[in-house]
Design a protein around this ligand. Sequence first.
Ligand SMILES: O=P(O)(O)OC[C@H]1O[C@](O)(CO)[C@@H](O)[C@@H]1O
Length: 544
Amino acid sequence: MADQTNAQSFSNAIWPELKAHSDGLQTPLKELFAQDPNRVEHFSMSAGSLYLDYSKNHLDAKALELLATQAKQSGLEDAIKALIGGEHVNNTENRPALHTALRCPAISPADKTAVVAATQAQMREFVDKLSSGQWHGYNGKPITDVVNIGIGGSDLGPRMVVTALSQFQQSAVKVHFVANIDGADLSDALAGLHADTTLFVVASKSFSTLETRENALAARAWSLSHGCPESDLGKHYVAVSSNVPAAMEFGIDEANIFPMWDWVGGRYSLWSAIGLPIAIALGMDNFDALLAGAANMDEHFASAPIEQNMPATLALIAFWYSATRGYQSQAILPYAQRMSRLPAYLQQLDMESLGKSVDRNGKPLTCDSGLVLWGTEGTNGQHSFHQLLHQGTRSVLVDFIASGKPMSPLDSHHSYLLANCIGQSQALLAGKSLAQAKQELLDAGKPEAEADQIAPHKVIPGNRPSNTLIIEQLDPTNLGALIALYEHKVYCLGVLWGLNPFDQWGVELGKQLGSAVYPALTGNECPAEWDGSTRNLVEKLRLK
Ligand SMILES: O=P(O)(O)OC[C@H]1O[C@](O)(CO)[C@@H](O)[C@@H]1O
């Protein structure tokens, strides 16, 4: 892979022109639509069953052309090939990032096909046994509940997909998730479960993560104290890990360890055996459909020119607002209750990937990198933080996500849902002027003086950008494509900013210090060299 650096990105020949064009492009969105009633035709695209309307952005044809040139001069076309071809795009850990090989053999390195297929076959066999009641617990009863113990990438993806696709639940086996080291998480999950019919999936790529280790040990103790003989633990514990010796040392039968590989990053791993809870809940065929949807997006990403490439377009829009207009924040607003976990999932995907301060060569970045990403499901957010989106002083880039088909038999609810989704992007664009606000008050019978006093509070600036993504319906294939879309968008942003989106060294220091604080908190001594605040907190929180 061409080792593009951030410094190079901003010394691309096109960069000064791109920045100048953005600075000069001050036409309000409303006017852009007035100038070109067919604007949406030029600023929208489809990829499979996903449709993206990005017309409500401060972009014109020239801006798109300059952005595409910026992408090309940053080496994006080669970088896409490098990713999919298995080059060591994760340069600080000297390995590829081949999540595409888990779902799109057609364009992936041939040497990965066999191992991926074998693992999928192992998953299918296991899932079939579980769902047909042929996997028995220690006293011969079939398994009724599966608890996935994992955190970060070993939790967020499977949890999000199982929640989003609950309508596609195939199995009578119920899937639960435990992630937090707060014992309440495990206790709450275990309440009401029976040790003889509960199976635990210990999901940890490294098999060394504190939360997962402690939760798995506590679960094991629960199994034993609720009647499971030690010799039968193998019937209740399986693992997904790239660290087979550690999983075996924990006591899991080698035959019940599903492999992972270092070429799959944690936050890109739901397509691997880390997706086992998805396959258990929805069935292996639906899991395959999820993979197929992602594969469709991979093929689009690999083959569409930058100008028609949906992940690249989303990335270029974020780059435009961040690099040329100083935006700091992006809201993800899925108008689908069951996609409520999507923002949390994308937070890890995006912020753990792009929250970096140095470029691929370790040189300080010359601009801001990852945006602060947040959000919740619509319409709930409208009665919460949308106030800031409409009237706050900060600029936020917004992605609305809507499903064309209802996800319940209540059709009119779906129309209200979509009407709100569209209405919100319309409000962000159009806003409300002082004159309109005053007129509304006068029409409501308020005296002139009161109208003058209140009107400024009702002004909505408008001219605020948004993307709207439409999926035909919320099903495994389309969700797979949507997730892959965001994965590839993140990759493109990494290339545009010249950073490595596949490492996450930043999380290590907190982990190390947490481990050092533990003995101080559970013992009597606090190292004298620690700062006063830390020592004080340890004293205050030490269990008496
Ligand atoms: O699957 P593991 O190795 O337990 O890691 C869990 C998570 O921890 C992290 O390494 C960082 O906290 C994530 O990147 C990862 O998804």
